[in-house]
Design a protein around this ligand. Structure first.
Ligand SMILES: NC(=O)c1ccc[n+]([C@@H]2O[C@H](COP(=O)([O-])OP(=O)(O)OC[C@H]3O[C@@H](n4cnc5c(N)ncnc54)[C@H](O)[C@@H]3O)[C@@H](O)[C@H]2O)c1
Length: 257
């Protein structure tokens, strides 16, 4: 469906960093920010897919072609080095979107201590350290916007991935805590949670006809919710238009919860 989205003057030339930007919702956010004229950097472990996102941005004739940083965000030293480089390359980071995650399936019985740590390192720990990496220069610049992508899975009491759902529930804790830490510095921190968004990974790995029928039955809106639609609330929170909004949680799930 062709959608006629808003353009935000304040996003023109704004510096934005998206984690997990090579695929799925992250890739849509990179493209949507670039289409607004933002200067975008993104991190991921999938360089081939990152090239495809950059090609898509070039094809859309964006003003600033996004820059890619190959980094496994579970490695905090590598994360810190990538943020140092991005702050230098982009001339600061005014907007951070913490998005990278992995909803790999597992039963509660098979979780070992190592796997538990890996789930938290993949889905939660880097959110905090990315915030820690960008905050000093946001404070110096007089403000910023941090958007943490959560998941409605724990609210929906979904099974099959406790290490993921439990980590995602703590994203809300990061948002509420850090919003208060940074409020006086004019740095806003919010959570945006998807319901079910049919990314390539979702469709390839987890999709079933019955699963989708149940999701649409549960949603008030009886159609798929697409990554570019999800991205629009993130743009709004990054723009001056969302300037009075912090410590909030926005559920973009077609009215499923
Ligand atoms: N798609 C959905 O239905 C859905 C539902 C609920 C929540 N979410 C949330 O939305 C966000 C995006 O999900 P998505 O569906 O687009 O996922 P996706 O798997 O399509 O994309 C995630 C991206 O993160 C990257 N990534 C994963 N681990 C990484 C690591 N250690 N270091 C660097 N990059 C890493 C992946 O390579 C990938 O490009 C996630 O936070 C996810 O939890 C998605």
């Amino acid at each position: 469906m062709e959608r006629n989205y808003a353009t935000y003057p304040s996003l023109q030339d704004r510096t934005v960093f998206v984690t997990g930007g090579a695929d799925g919702i992250g890739a849509a956010m990179v493209l949507e920010f670039a289409k607004q004229g933002a200067r975008v950097g993104f991190a991921d472990i999938q360089p081939d897919k990152a090239v495809a996102v950059i090609d898509q941005c070039r094809h859309a004739e964006v003003v600033h072609v996004p820059r890619f940083y190959e980094v496994d965000l579970r490695d905090i030293d590598a994360l810190q080095a990538a943020f140092t480089a991005a702050i230098e390359d982009l001339g600061g980071i005014a907007v951070l979107v913490n998005n990278a995650a992995s909803d790999d399936r597992h039963t509660w019985q098979e979780v070992t201590a190592d796997y538990w740590d890996d789930r938290l390192n993949t889905n939660l720990r880097h959110y905090f350290f990315a915030i820690q990496a960008v905050a000093p220069q946001m404070i110096e610049a007089g403000g910023g916007s941090i958007i943490n992508i959560g998941s409605s899975s724990y609210m929906m009491q979904e099974t099959m991935f406790p290490g993921y759902a439990i980590a995602k529930s703590a994203v809300e804790g990061i948002t509420r805590t850090m919003a208060r830490e940074f409020g006086a510095d004019n740095i806003r921190v919010n959570t945006v949670l998807p319901g079910w968004v049919p990314t390539d990974r979702q469709l390839t790995k987890w999709w079933s006809e019955e699963g989708e029928a149940q999701t649409l039955e549960d949603q008030a809106i009886k159609r798929r919710i697409y990554p570019d639609e999800f991205a629009q609330i993130v743009l709004w929170l990054a723009a001056d238009d969302g300037a009075a909004c912090t410590a909030q949680q926005f559920l973009i799930d077609g009215g499923r919860f």
